[in-house]
Each structure stands twice: as structure tokens, then as C-alpha cells.
Design a protein around this ligand. Structure first.
Ligand code: SF4
Length: 366
């Protein structure tokens, strides 16, 4: 049974009050993107935090701000530089959209982010929840974030049994989320409320083993009252993952001026690891061997396969290492170019490739 929630009293008032009080006392505080109404910082953190944990985001957030202190500086940077700084965070479409969004803010809005959620949503890579977070944190707008964590919290709180694989149920939950917002809040209330929703989903109302005994809204949580927490959220369509194998040619050579170099090719602008730099990829070992001149083939060494999970795919990477002693040209007919080991840090590399290139990359940031 879906919960009936109306604005103006009852559960909404109680929920907002409990959540705000708890957040101010026990919620997360002191993160570098908190206690600011600067849309640039809030936007940057929100994009980085999509699908990525706070502990991972922290160092990237600092590095980005150091290199791109304003939206104008980010807009002027090259796409390669943005991708290189993003490398390791995954979900690279976020980085491409981040760059495009910065350019749109500068070109279309004079370098100032729009101040309301509906206008923010017209920008590249800013969805409804990110727009709501920016508008609520920076301008106190009464608009609710509804990301995956928040859907889980609210569906349990309300014992909402709509199938969240369906757009209609998502819309319904969004309406319910709006009805739960604090009535006529001060901007500070919206900050604490929005942060409270995030904190509750990230620290207590966890996907498995939710900490109901410590939860501030337990007295009004309908799933808890009916001992049905594990039934929510309802989502019928499981993500289907495809399994795929890739053979990677790790071609290492000597640089003319001493030192080492590696053969890298830029990935296509769409698909897995789009626009990042990567050793040549083949869909079979035979295809990899065929791409090499016959005299080189004997030196090919098999390295341990590496498993790498993506949202819709399970990749099995089969690295093959070939070390060339001379500083000659690269393989004829193979796309790509030599990159000196010292220059790898300025190339956006997918996380598993950074691991595979191990010893050369020790000096690079994680
Ligand atoms: Fe989630 Fe439990 Fe809190 Fe309900 S009581 S909101 S299920 S943590």
C-alpha cells in the first residue's frame, strides 16, 4: 500500500523536524563542500559523489579545485586535462559532461550558475537530483533530492510499494518527497534537511543491515513498524550484466632519450572508457598476435587476468606484455603512439590500466 502523504501537517512535519534536528547534531559536517553556498563547489562535489564514495571523492575534489578554482578556468581547460584529472573516479561521462556544463555556464549564463532547479536541469549532466541539491544548498529552494539512497530511505519510511523500475512510480515517489519537505523553511533548514536525507541514506538506512535502532525517524517509519524493511525499495528489473573479455597489449619500449615508454591509443568518444588513453584492445588473443610483426611475437608474456566491473558489464582483461629493448618505431598499422612514462600522468587512464601499468605509475596520484 502506498503511503498517503499530504503537505501541511502529520508525517511531513514530523519527518522534517526529526531529520533536521538529527542532522544538526549527528549528521556529517566539515566536508570541504559543506558550509558553502558556492554553486561551483556544490555542483562539483555532487557530480563527483554520484556513484562514488565520499572518502574517494575527497582527494579528487581538492585536486580539481586547485587546478580549476573557478568555473571559467574549468571551461577553458582542454578536455584531455579534465579527463586526466578525473582518471580513476570512473563513470567518465560525468567528466565529459562536467566540462561541457562549465562551458555552457560560461557561454550561456555569464559564468553564473542558474539559481533554481528547473533552470539548472537544462545544463549538461545536471539531472533532477543534482539540480535540487544545488538549488537547496545554495539558494534554500524547497525542492527534494531523490537519488538512489534517498529513494531507499523514503520508500521504507512510507512503505512505498510502487515498482521503482517504472517511471510512473519514480514520479509518484518524487511527489511524495516534495510533500515531505519542511514547510516555509529558512535556507538553513533546507541545507540541514537535504544533507540529512543524504546522511541518513549513506550512514544508517543502508541497503543491507540498516541501523534502525539508531535512526532518528524510526518512530514514524512505516516499514520498521511493520517489520518489512527488507521489502523496500521495490524494484523488479535487475540490471543485466554482460560478460566480455578483452586482450590488452602492454607494449613497453625504450625512449630515445633514455627512460621507458608505453604504446597507448585513445579510446573512441563513446562506449567503455570513452576518450581515455589505453593500451590497444583486442577481442581475442589471436587478433592481438596478428597485429604484431612476426619477430616480436616470441617475446609476448602472459600476465594475470584482471576482473573489472562496470555498471552493465563484467570485463575480463587479459594483459599481454611485450618489452622492446630498442627505441625503434612502434608497430606498423597499429593505432596509437608512444607515450613517455613521465608523461603518463597527463593522460586520462582507466583505473585498471593504471594498476596494470603499476611500476611506471607509482609516482602518479591515486
Ligand atoms: Fe531506514 Fe530503519 Fe530508519 Fe526506517 S527506521 S528510515 S528502515 S534506518
Amino acid at each position: 500500500m502506498s503511503a498517503a502523504v499530504t503537505s501541511g501537517g502529520g508525517l511531513p512535519l514530523e519527518f522534517a523536524r526529526l531529520l533536521i534536528d538529527w542532522q544538526r547534531l549527528h549528521g556529517r559536517s566539515g566536508l570541504p563542500w559543506q558550509n558553502t553556498r558556492d554553486p561551483y563547489r556544490v555542483w562539483l562535489s555532487e557530480v563527483m559523489l554520484q556513484q562514488t564514495q565520499v572518502s574517494t571523492v575527497l582527494s579528487y575534489f581538492h585536486r580539481f579545485l586547485e587546478r580549476f578554482p573557478t568555473v571559467e578556468v574549468l571551461a577553458e581547460a582542454s578536455a584531455d586535462e579534465v579527463m586526466a584529472l578525473w582518471a580513476g573516479l570512473g563513470y567518465y561521462s560525468r567528466a565529459r559532461n562536467l566540462h561541457r556544463c562549465a562551458q555552457a555556464v560560461v557561454a550561456e549564463h555569464g559564468g553564473v550558475f542558474p539559481s533554481n532547479a528547473s533552470a539548472l536541469q537544462t545544463l549538461p549532466g545536471i539531472g533532477a537530483s543534482t539540480a535540487a541539491a544545488i538549488a537547496a544548498f545554495c539558494h534554500g529552494e524547497r525542492v527534494s533530492i531523490v537519488d538512489g539512497n534517498v529513494r531507499r530511505v523514503l520508500s521504507r519510511l512510507l512503505a512505498f510499494d510502487g515498482d521503482l523500475a517504472q517511471t510512473a512510480a519514480q514520479r509518484k515517489l518524487w511527489d511524495l518527497a516534495q510533500a515531505l519537505l519542511p514547510a516555509e523553511p529558512l535556507p538553513d533548514d533546507m541545507t540541514a534537511y537535504t544533507q540529512g536525507l543524504m546522511d541518513l541514506g549513506a550512514t544508517l538506512c543502508l541497503r543491507s543491515r540498516p541501523q534502525c535502532e539508531r535512526c532518528p525517524v524510526q518512530p514514524i517509519c512505516r516499514a520498521h513498524a511493520s517489520s518489512t524493511v527488507s521489502n523496500y525499495p521495490v524494484k523488479t528489473r535487475a540490471v543485466k550484466r554482460r560478460h566480455e573479455s578483452w586482450w590488452l597489449l602492454l607494449l613497453r619500449g625504450a625512449a630515445a632519450a633514455g627512460g621507458e615508454r608505453i604504446w597507448l591509443v585513445r579510446r573512441p568518444s563513446t562506449g567503455i572508457w570513452a576518450s581515455l588513453y589505453c593500451p590497444p584492445v583486442f577481442d581475442s588473443e589471436a587478433a592481438l598476435i596478428d597485429a604484431l610483426p612476426t619477430p616480436w611475437r616470441e617475446g609476448l608474456r602472459e600476465l594475470e587476468p584482471v576482473a573489472h566491473s562496470l555498471t552493465h558489464r563484467e570485463l575480463r582483461l587479459h594483459p599481454r606484455l611485450l618489452v622492446l629493448d630498442t627505441a625503434g618505431p612502434g608497430p606498423v598499422g597499429l593505432d596509437g603512439a608512444w607515450v613517455d612514462a613521465e608523461a603518463l600522468h597527463s593522460h586520462g587512464l582507466p583505473a585498471p590500466v593504471r594498476v596494470l601499468l603499476g611500476s611506471w605509475l607509482k609516482s602518479l596520484p591515486p
